[in-house]
Design a protein around this ligand. Structure first.
Ligand code: F6P
Length: 366
């Protein structure tokens, strides 16, 4: 027999992305309108769970948020409750404080917890599930690098933003006969660069999965010149690296469970190219967090709504420890154990998207 559910909670963890509010809205509306559940939202991800800091999620609270990026319950990418920084005798030490979170859930009478996040947040979700908490995972990240699901929400909005940026760079590149580099996010996966590069007709796409040779990029620029194309558009993933080199790290966020922040490869490539080719000016645009903010795309609004409704359905079926996923065009689920047990999802250098891009003449610098 499945457990009787009266009250559920939701939290959003890790870097934010467009579609979080759409999930919160879908969860809340389905829970209230279809099931009669009470809903609360823990603030700032796991930190709110630890501090028992939450807001009631009512129909009013989630009104007007479908299209808005960000998260009305805030997020944090620093708070791993299994390795949490606390003060003891005036010193900062790391402790497993997950029992405090479990007690808080009991105290508030929360029967099931929906955790929306990427691999870091969902690793803790799996660990709370192992401790007996009724957890459901929802996959988010602009990077699209989570295993087991074809798509995470947030990715589509990010590639729309990056594609528009490439369109805009095209016109100015053409006017000045310049090489325009656009650095996009994605951590160690090249999905954003690959898909925006194809949609935004980049001449060169550089991704972490295919280390580049700068001479091949120069060949491409020169080849375009012989065909009367005196400008070149390059999209580079923040995790891309030269064949004989390393990724560029922009900062180390000390108190983050995943402290390395990538960034800077675009400007490095611009410097390298300007040194090696004299007759071209090179400029670099770093898109950064613009890819994570603003209005949520139509695709992400729908995907997030589907994920939110599916999360409530899993609760109703008592299928805890699962994460909702998209496979083909179907919403299904997979166990968090299985999702987290796999490597993050990277671009296949021999896969269809890279192959079609190569067939239409796009260089990957290889
Ligand atoms: O995982 C999402 C992401 O935006 C990555 O693409 C990027 O590397 C990272 O987060 C940036 O993190 P922060 O918001 O801490 O700068």
């Amino acid at each position: 027999m499945t457990q009787e559910i009266k009250k559920i909670a939701i939290l959003t963890g890790g870097g934010d992305c467009p579609g979080l509010n759409a999930v919160i809205r879908a969860v809340t509306r389905t829970a209230i309108l279809t099931c009669g559940y009470e809903v609360i939202g823990y603030k700032f991800g796991y930190r709110g769970l630890y501090n028992n800091d939450f807001i009631p999620l009512t129909l009013d609270a989630v009104s007007g948020i479908l299209n808005r990026g960000g998260t009305i319950i805030y997020s944090s990418n620093k708070d791993n409750l299994f390795d949490y920084q606390v003060e003891e005798n005036g010193e900062r030490v790391k402790r497993d404080v997950s029992d405090v979170a479990v007690e808080n859930l009991k105290k508030e009478g929360v029967d099931a917890l929906i955790i929306v996040g990427g691999d870091g947040t969902l690793t803790s979700a799996r660990d709370f599930s192992r401790k007996g908490v009724n957890v459901i995972g929802v996959p988010k990240t602009i990077d699209n690098d989570l295993a087991s699901t074809d798509v995470t929400f947030g990715f589509n909005t990010a590639i729309d933003v990056a594609t528009e940026a490439l369109d805009r760079l095209h016109t100015t590149a053409e006017s000045h006969h310049r090489i325009m580099i656009c650095e996009v996010m994605g951590r160690n996966a090249g999905w954003i660069a690959l898909e925006s590069g194809i949609a935004g007709s980049a001449d060169v796409i550089l991704i972490p999965e295919i280390p580049y040779d700068i001479n091949k990029i120069i060949e491409k620029i020169e080849d375009r010149g012989t065909h009367g194309k005196l400008f070149t558009i390059i999209v580079v993933a923040e995790g891309a690296k030269p064949k004989d080199g390393h990724v560029v790290v922009s900062k180390i966020v000390k108190d983050s469970p995943d402290p390395i922040r990538l960034g800077g490869i675009g400007n490095k490539l611009a410097d390298d190219l300007e040194r090696l080719i004299e007759d071209h000016e090179v400029r670099c645009t770093v898109l950064g967090h613009i890819q994570r903010g603003g209005t949520t795309s139509t695709f992400d609004r729908i995907l997030s709504t589907r994920y939110g409704v599916a999360a409530i359905e899993l609760i109703n079926e008592g299928k805890f420890g699962e994460m909702v996923c998209l496979r083909g065009n179907k919403i299904v689920s997979d166990s968090l154990e299985n999702v987290i047990g796999q490597k993050t999802k990277q671009v296949d250098p021999d896969g269809e998207l890279v192959t079609i891009a190569k067939k239409i003449g796009t260089s990957f610098g290889d």
